[in-house]
Ligand binder design. Sequence first.
Ligand code: SF4
Ligand code: SF4
Length: 395
Amino acid sequence: MSIQQPKIDRVRYESFGGIVSCLQPPFLAWVDRDFMRNLGYTDSPLWSAETGDTHYLSAPTEVHVSVTNRCSQQCDGCYMDSKQDCESEQTTVEWKQHLKTLRDMGVFHVALGGGEAFEREDFGELVSYCREIGLVPNLTTNGQTIGEREVEICKKMGQVNISIDGVNSHFTINGRNGSFEKADGAIKALKKAGVQVGINCVVSMKNFPFLQEVVQYAAKKGLSEVEFLKYKPSGRGRQRYEEYSLSQEMIRQFYPILIEYSKEYKIELKIDCSFIPALVYHKPPKDELEKLAVTGCDGGNLLMSIRSNGCFTGCSFVDNGEHISGIKNKWETSGHLNDFRKLVNKAKEPCKSCEYLSICRCGCRAVVLYNNTDFFAPDPECPIVYDYNMKEDML
Ligand code: SF4
Ligand code: SF4
């Protein structure tokens, strides 16, 4: 049996060595300086730069790009507060300029979304442009309008994830009659066209009892993954947070049930960064998490986001008013991005003494900023923080 040698697509320098991107099989690898030299790369000025606890990458590896804030679905918990109409959206020319800048900074992937990206008429043109300049486009879509045009565009994506919060009658946040059937039809059409398809499932109080059905459905359809994202108080999600956010009991049960479902249905189950406190509460071996590059709040480092109006943020779920123009400089100087990078140094108890601090990075800022004006406060949804606060209250 011959083993396929990965073909390197792009490489970028970092202070520790570099990041290597392969398209087939698709992966990013963090490699040291010797590895870079063995690949034929000469020493970089970045290798003599001082590094410290607040050190961060030379550019994000992935940027979430909300190409529009238009969406006809108007789901209750939309984290972007999407509208039927969207003013001050970036033009085709502006988006191409931003995408080119990201490429020049060394960004590898863009996660395209909205609103609903397909509501832009030029969306296919933007996706083709990503491929032309060497950015890998991935997409999250509501899957409600997937016809021939959309399938052709999706064929250019690395991965397409359809938003599904529940099957059949259990649609919750995006719960409109017939929306599951349309999403199911979209999955069939995309699979038939050979597109790599997964599901994005927002986990809330309402659909928590029905997550198994989502995993079962995804496995039956032969999908590549289900990614579970925690319901967050962001956009319209703020208005329904008290009603939809997970209880402490659910947060504590979440990781064990995922392990159970992944064994039973043999499908890749992922969690987003905001679920890391729910994972580390069960004390998995820290070195294993490090080997797997599991990371919590990594806005302003691995991640950045651009809103439909051209403003960038460390993460899609947190607001910032700075415009993306001049981002090469702003990547270094933005106070907003630098706040994300200081999370470990400025950690407060119990995060400060938590053995998983370097991985988790104090939980989710979207949750923190809903409950607190202090950007560096611990995430109150983390079970460790919750228990600590209970004890403090009793003193
Ligand atoms: S604020 Fe941090 S933890 Fe929360 S979603 Fe954004 S990057 Fe993830
Ligand atoms: S105590 Fe803080 S650092 Fe530790 S898991 Fe909870 S939020 Fe993360």
